[in-house]
Design a protein around this ligand. Sequence first.
Ligand SMILES: *Cc1c(COP(=O)(O)O)cnc(C)c1O
Length: 407
Amino acid sequence: MEATARPHPGAAFDTGLRRFPNARAVALELWPDEPVYCFRPQVLAADAEAFRAAYPGRTAYAVKTNPHPLVLNTLARIGIDAFDVASPAEFRMARQAAPAADLLYMHPVKAATAIREALTAYRIRHFSLDHEGEAAKILREARGAGVPVSELTLFVRLATRGHAAYNLSRKFGAAPGHAVELLQRVARLGAQAGLCFHVGSQVEEPDAYERALKSAQWVRQRAGVPVAALDIGGGFPARYGHDRRRPAPAVPPLARLMPRIVKAIERYGFADLPLVAEPGRALVARSLSVLVRVLLRKGQRLYINDGVWGSLSDAWTGKLTLPVHLIPEPDRARPAGDPRKHAAFRIMGATCDSVDILSRPFWLPETVAAGDWIEVGHIGAYSLSLRTDFNGLYPDTFVEVESPFRS
Ligand SMILES: *Cc1c(COP(=O)(O)O)cnc(C)c1O
């Protein structure tokens, strides 16, 4: 599933970026002192197509994961025709990249003006909710805009319990009994009733999806109203790095997970419904790396020119070990050590903030020195959308790179 990034048959994607064979060439040619994003459209296309092939429903890319036009345009180019959006700015970005695509407004709590704009300017007809107050709000806006309620599909979002790196059910989702009432209410209003959930992010255990599907079946049977669609949300895992003291997992996490999800969809009686998934991370993580520079080494600590307030906050929040590889600055004096032996280095971020320290180390050759570059791989998810200009540091240089990232 995490495809072996075969070159996409359509070959060149017109990114307009300067193109390099790999990150080493970027480092040695540009000698960059600021972070450089290395975008790989072929990898994005391969991972999106692998997901689409493995999931027996519609693939709606979650725009918040990475809304950069490079990403949205590449996805549109390979025919991704549905997007999970959460705000008017996201409607605009998705529409710009894919004018004919369907937008699904799956944020359970929305501003009335944003609902109105969704209904009128963007002709959005799919919404989620987890409370009767939100149902009333959507209904009011539809009436005000003259949109027949029967055109709407309202997805009732179920609360789930899981152990994702990030658990979102503390904030959103109706408990099963409440979801039954909401489903009945949606049907009574005359809208199409859908069911949805979102189990978290970087979910590697299939039971989170299996439990959610089981609960969805219970709700559907209890409600006794027709259910028009099931949306299983996002949360699908991407591959990251690993602690070098342990063996690397052999199978990419999505390839292990998806067959189990598909079986559970059948087991709980949803196989004949229109299905949707909203992957973000699993599609986009591998398509971007960032080339950073070591500004100073203090023993086992490396001070780099990026960090938690720049491209790396997701790794910090999710306690992810990122895959990295070293590009030594040529002709530089090095600390004693074996360049083939890897050690754990604590990574200190670029800002003056004392929380700007990564929660997991980088595994790098013992001989890493100030001036070296590190290519940090698989940072396509929740990086560009979360970077800040704190301390006046805002990485924003992009190049295209042809070969897939290798640690
Ligand atoms: C964030 C989000 C997604 C995407 O999650 P990933 O973990 O990146 O796949 C999908 N659906 C909803 C409702 C979300 O909030």
